[in-house]
Design a protein around this ligand. Structure first.
Ligand code: PEP
Length: 250
């Protein structure tokens, strides 16, 4: 099947990184990205966003935040507003990561609100969803994806990448098989067709996340409905992340 979607490879640094490291990392990543038909997004912690934006300015690397709030301002200690990310030069925000859902009480409703607010401020959204091991073993994967993807309604598909991240694969070293990823992505594209209409759904990017490494990236990225990867642990090593980028078909 012909692809109409530029591959997108994104790095989620989680709560890692420092000022010296971000400089070294991006300076090494820049040549790896040059002239490749791929979009690259790096999402460091909030504190490193200004440095990252400055170093990546004018390059093919976009910078993103790892979360954002649904309100424009207010008494929300520890949160960040979408416009604050925009002011720093971020172009993307990760929303609904399973670590946010698991450790910080994020719900389908709060995730949907964050995504809407992010797009409202002009950010593109990497919208994470995926089932737990218990849900998969109970045969409930599609039920969970159906429920979580309901939050996509009302979003702008042109400012969106859905990230299928099975919780059991995140940070565990146990990636979904290419077939499992393709099955879930095809399901999600079908859901997106219902939400956005067939044409935008065929253009919607659906990323896979969960223990992506240089040695499994090519097989995962080679699946018809896998349009890129959201990479956690392996993205901390610029050589590994560059190797994953090189696996993107193009
Ligand atoms: C993630 O944090 O989004 C992720 C996919 O992590 P890892 O690659 O470490 O599994």
């Amino acid at each position: 099947m012909a692809r109409h979607r530029t591959p997108l490879i994104a790095a989620n640094w989680k709560m890692h990184g420092d000022a010296a490291g971000v400089q070294r990392y991006l300076e090494e990543l820049l040549p790896a990205v040059e002239d490749r038909p791929v979009e690259v997004v790096v999402c460091p912690p909030f504190t490193l966003l200004p440095a990252a934006v400055m170093i990546a300015a004018g390059s093919r690397i976009a910078i993103g935040g790892q979360n954002c709030h649904w309100e424009e301002r207010g008494a929300f200690t520890g949160e960040i507003a979408p416009a604050m990310l925009v002011e720093l030069g971020a172009r993307w925000a990760i929303v609904g990561h399973s670590e946010r859902r698991q450790h910080f009480g994020e719900t389908d409703a709060s995730t949907a609100a964050r995504a809407r607010a992010a797009q409202g401020a002009g950010l593109s959204v990497m919208f994470c969803l995926g089932e737990t091991l218990e849900q998969r073993e109970a045969g409930a994967t599609f039920t969970v994806l159906e429920r979580q993807s309901a939050a996509l309604a009302g979003l702008d598909p042109t400012l969106l990448a859905v990230a299928y991240e099975p919780v059991w694969a995140i940070g565990t070293g146990r990636n979904a098989t290419p077939e499992q990823a393709q099955e879930a992505h095809a399901y999600l594209r079908g859901r997106a067709a219902a939400v956005f209409g067939a044409v935008p759904a065929s253009r919607l990017r659906i990323l896979y996340g969960g223990s992506v490494k240089p040695d499994n990236a090519a097989a995962l990225l080679g699946q018809d409905d896998v349009d890129g990867a959201l990479v956690g642990g392996a993205s901390l090593d610029v050589a590994a992340f560059s190797a994953i980028i090189r696996c993107a078909p193009g």
